[in-house]
Design a binder for this molecule. Structure first.
Ligand code: FES
Ligand code: FES
Length: 213
């Protein structure tokens, strides 16, 4: 007999004194217990995570002083470290996002001496002494940058992953004077991709901030 997909075996009749059928239900319960044991046992047996390993400086480490959001940070970096990784991995400034890591999405946009750049495409050691601004340096809670406030008011984001890059890019866009029409904003923001498609709100936010900055 073929049972419907929603079939649930009936509970045993309390007045029925025939021995329980050990087949299907016992098998399912036994399998679940065995599987849970297999999953949990290794966790219990696993050694406690070691204390945070102290990272030795990489071979050929290079000293660089990064001036980020008005604060100087002296770092010893592998010279191949990108600015994006230096910000996120060494300075814990994780507002700057890593999307594609190859210059195609703009999620990693930061400002260097006021110019917007993709921080995944440049090496940290190239920016010693320059003025680097990330999303954390634009505004604080309660004192948002006008563009941050405008993004909130105009629903300029959905998941928010691209937003720090969008806002940094938009700050530079306004300084460049490239926000004179919707088409111009779209063109000059085209290096910042939003996978959620929040472009209507992004353009509206930039237009609003243009009036107040
Ligand atoms: S992460 Fe840098 S452009 Fe995509
Ligand atoms: S808000 Fe989700 S990627 Fe832009």
């Amino acid at each position: 007999m073929t049972l419907p997909p929603c079939y649930t075996p009936p509970d045993p009749d309390p007045d029925d004194d025939t021995p329980p059928d050990p087949s299907r239900r016992a098998f399912v319960l036994g399998s679940a217990a065995a599987t849970a044991g297999m999953l949990v046992a290794p966790l219990l047996a696993a050694p406690a995570p070691a204390a945070a390993a102290v990272k030795a400086p990489p071979e050929h480490a290079t000293k660089v002083v990064l001036n980020v959001n008005g604060k100087a940070h002296e770092l010893l970096l592998d010279p191949r470290t990108t600015l994006l990784d230096a910000l996120r991995e060494h300075l814990d400034l994780t507002g700057t996002k890593k999307g594609c890591d190859q210059g195609a999405c703009g999620a990693c946009t930061v400002l260097v001496d006021g110019r917007r750049i993709n921080s995944c495409l440049t090496l940290a050691v190239m920016h010693g002494g320059q003025r680097i601004t990330t999303i954390e340096g634009l505004g604080q809670e309660g004192h948002l940058h006008p563009l941050q406030a405008a993004f909130i008011r105009n629903d300029g984001f959905q998941c928010g992953y691209c937003t720090p890059g969008q806002i940094c890019s938009a700050v530079a866009l306004l300084h460049e004077g490239h926000a004179n029409s919707d088409d111009e904003i779209r063109e000059w923001m085209s290096g910042n991709v939003c996978r959620c498609g929040a472009y209507t709100g992004i353009v509206a936010a930039i237009k609003e901030a243009r009036k107040t900055t």
